[in-house]
Design a protein around this ligand. Sequence first.
Ligand SMILES: Nc1ncnc2c1ncn2[C@@H]1O[C@H](COP(=O)(O)OP(=O)(O)OP(=O)(O)O)[C@@H](O)[C@H]1O
Length: 619
Amino acid sequence: MTEEGIMLDEVLVNEQPSTDTEETAPCFQTPGPTVTFHNLRYRIKERLGMFSRQWVEKDILKDVSGILNPGMNAIMGPTGSGKTSLLDVIAGRKDPKGLKSGQVLVDNTIVTSDLRLCSAYVVQNDILMGTLTVRENLAFSANLRLSRKEYSSADKQMRVDSVIQELGLKDCADTKIGTMFLRGVSGGEKKRCSIGMELITSPSLLFLDEPTTGLDANTANSIMELLQKLSKQGKTVIFSIHQPRYSIFSQFDHLTLMNKGEIIYAGAANKAITYFEGLGYKCEPFNNPADFFLDVTNGTVLSQIHNNKSEKCSNSDEMVENENPLAVIYRKSPHFLNVKDRLIQISDGLDPEVTKGDRVGYATPFYYQLMLVSGRTVRHILRNPQTSYAQLFLNIFFGILVGLIYYQIPHTLPEALQNRTGAFFFLVINMVFGNLSAVELFISERVLFIHENSSGFYRTSVYFLSKVFADLIPNRILPVFIFSAIPYFMMGLKPDVEAFFLYCVTMSMVSLSAVSLAFLISASVGSFAMANILIALPYVVMMVFGGFLVNLNSMLSGMSWLKWASIFRYGYNALAIIELKDQVFTSNYTSMTGDMYLDHQEIDYSTWGFWQNQVALTA
Ligand SMILES: Nc1ncnc2c1ncn2[C@@H]1O[C@H](COP(=O)(O)OP(=O)(O)OP(=O)(O)O)[C@@H](O)[C@H]1O
C-alpha cells in the first residue's frame, strides 16, 4: 500500500495551498465571550510519603474570582503560584473532583465541562504527530473537528489554507513536524501549528498554557503578536505566562497576578504598576514590569507604606493569619470590590436551568473518526517502518533458527517426542516474548491521545481500535504466519492441511493473547520502563506454569492453579494435540502412540479438549 493510496484525509493534504488569497475564507471572525469565575476553590490530595497511608490536602486555588473580557488576558505569577491550575479550571481541563466550590460562567451562563469541546486549548508542550507535515496535521484537525454536514471538503481545504496563511506557515506547510530521529520544523513553527490546530474550528475563546516557554525572544514575540492579532479580531485569549519581557507585557490588555493560589491583582495591565506603587512598591525606571511584579510577590522589593501599615494592620485578624498579605490587600481594594459587585449582579441574574455546552458532542461520526485515525496511524507506521521491519526480520530469523535446530524431526524414539515437545515450547516462547514491543503502543502516544481526546477530536474507543488494527495486521498477524510456516515444513511436522491450519490458528491465538496482555499493561501505566517490568513478571510466571519446565501434577496444590492462567500451557497443549494425536512413534524394541504421551501428560486430546485451549486463549 502506498502512502498516497491511504484513504486518510478528506482534505487532500498533498494538494498545494490555494495561491488565490481572495478565495481563502476569512477565519477567526466570531466575537469572543466574557468569562467570569466565581469563588473557585481547588484542592488536591497528596500522600505524605511514598508508602504512607496518610494524605494531606492542599488548596491550590483559594477562593479566586475574576472577570476576563475579549482581548489579551494574561495570568502571571511565580512558579507554583497556580497560574496553570486557574487556567485549567476555567477551561474545564482539571479533574472536577478537586473543585470544592465555585463556578465558571461564559457570557453569564453556566458552562458544563463540555466547554473543553467548544473552546480551544493550546498546551505548553506542542503535541503534534511528528511524522506528519504541518498541512497534514491541520487537515487532520479540520477533518475531525468540522462537521461534515456544515463543511464540504472544499470548505475544509479552504480553512486549512486560511490558517496556514494567517499563521505565516506557508513556507513550512509541507515540512514534517519532526520526531526524536527526524529534524522537522522550528520551535516557533511548531507552536504556530499547535495554535493552528485549535484555530481550525474558529473558536472565539482560546486558552494557552505558557505559549512562549522554550521559545527564543523573537519567536516568542511573534507568537504574542499573533495572539494579539486574534484578540483584536474580538477573540477572548486567556493564557498563563511566567516572566515575559517588556515588549510582550505591553501587549496585555488584562492582567491577573497570582501568588500562592490567590489573586494579588486583577485589572488593566497598564494600571498594575500604579496599583503597586499605591501600595508603596517602587518600580525602578527601565525595570521590566513583569520582573517588578515577580520581585513584589517574592518579597525582593519591599513596600515602605506596607511596612508601616503592617503595624497599623496588626489588629486585623485576617492580615495576621494570612501568609499572603498582598491577596488580603487586593480583596479590600476598589479593584476587587468593583469586580465583586459585577460578579454578584451576574450571579443574581443567573438562571441555573440555562447551561452552555450541554449539547456539544463530536463533530464527526464513529466510523469516520475510525477511518481517519486508522489512516493516520498507518501513515505513521509507513513513515516510521523500523519496528515493523525489525518484527518481520526477527520472525524470519527465529523461524529459520527453529527450523534448523529441529530439522526434519525423526519418528524414532526418544527424539521424536523430545524434539517435538521442545520445539513447541520454543515456538510458544518466541511467539509470546516476540510481542514485548506491544507494550510501547499506548505509551509512546499517550500525551497525544489525552490531548486530542480531551479536545474532542475523537472518541477513546476510536483511538484504541485504530491502534489495535494498525498494529495487529502489520506487526502481529503477518509475521505470525511467516514465523509459523517456515519451521513447520523445515521440522517435517504432520504433512496435513488441516493440521497446518490449526497450527497457524493456535500460533495466532498465542500471539494475540500475549499482545492483549501487553496492551492491558501499556494502557494502565505511564512509562515504558514500568511497562517492561510489569509485563516480564506475568510472562515468566506463565512460562514456568506452561507444563514443559515443571510437571504440574507434582506441584504444590496451592500453586498449581496458576497453570490455568498460562498462555504457554494452552498454546503448548494445543500444538501437542495437533501434532501428536494419532501418531505412532517407534524405537528398536517398542512403539508408542502420541495419545499415550498426551494421556501421560494429562492433556485432554478430545475435540473439546483441543478447542478449550483456543477458547482459553481467546478469553
Ligand atoms: N495534580 C496535582 N497534584 C499535586 N500538586 C499539584 C497538582 N496540580 C497542581 N499542583 C500544585 O499546585 C501548585 C500550583 O501549580 P500550577 O501548575 O498551577 O502552578 P504554576 O503557577 O502554573 O507553576 P509553573 O509556572 O511552574 O507551571 C504547585 O505547587 C503544584 O505543585
